[in-house]
Design a protein around this ligand. Structure first.
Ligand code: PMP
Length: 400
């Protein structure tokens, strides 16, 4: 692990958490706010998972576990990779972490030296930048154009690679754009990585179960099995099973790499919660019907959200292939004037205006590398989506 400290001020708070403070302030003043910012789902954790956690507590399963996870959860993760991706891993190739966030930060920590570069396709979950910086690395955002579906092009990846590049981050599906890379697209990106033995791939599959219209999210290791020694494949139960607060993620990587990650995790947090690990084991080994049932509900909500947003003057959204976020282009309202006389110039302006004037909370896209956009979740009850559509429409109609 690098001994370098990140520069003061180089880390940022979560855009969603920062924004939520504005929402709470307004609510404390008695305002009603429809909050469409959250990165979590309104579905409860499945009841058999909750029961497994309660049973674990009652059985005294409240001690430290192995730092890299219980054998039961590691086996459940292995089964998950077999089922989801057709990939086989040994127990020694799996580490269980406190959320997938920790797995990503740990992978960077074991490899990066000061000045080493981490390529991050942008728009993205900007936490990758902080995770790279925390390990002394330098995040290198590579813009992904809208006319390429916000996906990284092989030629752009090729020109971003330098002798200092150590990682490329592939999030599939992508938060916030909902883009889904196909196997062929991933294979092309891996073709670019292949001749650079110093470059590893970190695959973030957190939204793998949120892929619509019958498609499936492929992970880079499926597309380029020969790069197995250089791939770290990360996942978690947070979004898939509505277990955001249980804090369980995992990574699959070569056994020697997992051993290094385990040393770092040991000094930072030791193991993940024993109770949460029992719950995650139940989630991964229990009935998986919850995934398809909830996906069908989300697909309906997505279609509703897209049609309502596109009915608002000046806003437009294309249907995301994955995740549960809608990226709304504000191009048609930028330059317009609010009833208070303010001219809207950024996604942040639009988000502030709609919050104040219409009581609707949408995250500014700027925090995700998506200027002049706002991000709206559709993992909320249908009536909230209807209400959001109505309020956004009113807010837009009042602009001149
Ligand atoms: N990756 C992506 C793309 C995310 O959006 C998030 C959380 N919003 C995470 C990883 C981290 O999730 P967790 O630590 O809860 O597993």
């Amino acid at each position: 692990m690098s001994s370098a400290q990140p520069q003061a001020g180089s880390l940022h708070s979560s855009p969603a958490a920062t924004f939520r403070r504005k929402v709470l302030d307004l609510r404390s003043q008695g305002r009603t706010i429809v909050d469409m910012t959250a990165g979590d789902l309104d579905f409860p954790t499945p009841s058999h998972v909750v029961e497994a956690a309660i049973a674990a507590v009652r059985a005294g399963d409240t001690r430290y576990t192995n730092v890299d996870g219980t054998p039961e959860l590691k086996d459940a993760v292995r089964e998950h990779f077999r089922r989801q991706n057709g990939l086989e891993f040994e127990r020694s190739e799996i580490i269980v972490s406190n959320g997938s966030s920790q797995a990503i930060a740990t992978a960077f920590a074991v490899t990066l030296k000061p000045g080493d570069e981490v390529i991050v396709p942008s728009p993205c979950w900007a936490t990758y930048y902080g995770q790279a910086r925390l390990a002394g690395g330098v995040p290198v955002p590579v813009p992904c154009a809208q006319n390429n579906g916000f996906k990284l092009r092989p030629e752009d990846l090729a020109s971003a690679i330098t002798p200092r590049t150590r990682w490329i981050v592939i999030n599939n599906p992508v938060n916030p754009t909902g883009a889904v890379y196909t196997r062929a697209e991933l294979a092309e990106l891996c073709d670019v990585v292949r001749p650079h033995p110093e470059v590893r791939v970190i695959a973030d599959n957190l939204y793998e179960h949120f892929v619509f219209d019958g498609a499936r999210a492929v992970t880079p290791l499926e597309a380029a099995p020969d790069l197995r020694d250089r791939m770290v494949t990360v996942g978690g139960v947070a979004k898939s099973y509505s277990m955001m607060g249980w804090r369980i993620g995992y990574a699959a990587a070569p056994a020697n790499f997992v051993a290094e990650m385990t040393k770092v995790q040991y000094v930072v947090t030791s193991c993940a919660s024993s109770v949460s690990q029992a719950a995650a084991t139940a989630a991964l080994t229990g009935p998986q019907t919850v995934l398809t049932e909830r996906l069908a509900i989300l697909q309906e909500r997505r279609d509703l959200a897209v049609s309502l947003v596109n009915g608002c003057e000046g806003l437009s959204a294309t249907s995301p292939e994955g995740t549960f976020y809608l990226c709304i282009s504000c191009a048609g309202v930028i330059g317009k004037r609010t009833p208070q006389g303010r001219v809207l110039e950024t996604g942040e302006d639009v988000s502030d205006y709609l919050l104040g004037a219409a009581g609707i909370a949408l995250l500014p896209g700027e925090g995700y590398g998506l200027p002049r956009y706002v991000r709206m979740t559709f993992a909320v009850p249908t009536e909230h989506i209807h209400e959001a559509g109505r309020l956004i429409g009113q807010g837009c109609a009042a602009l001149t």
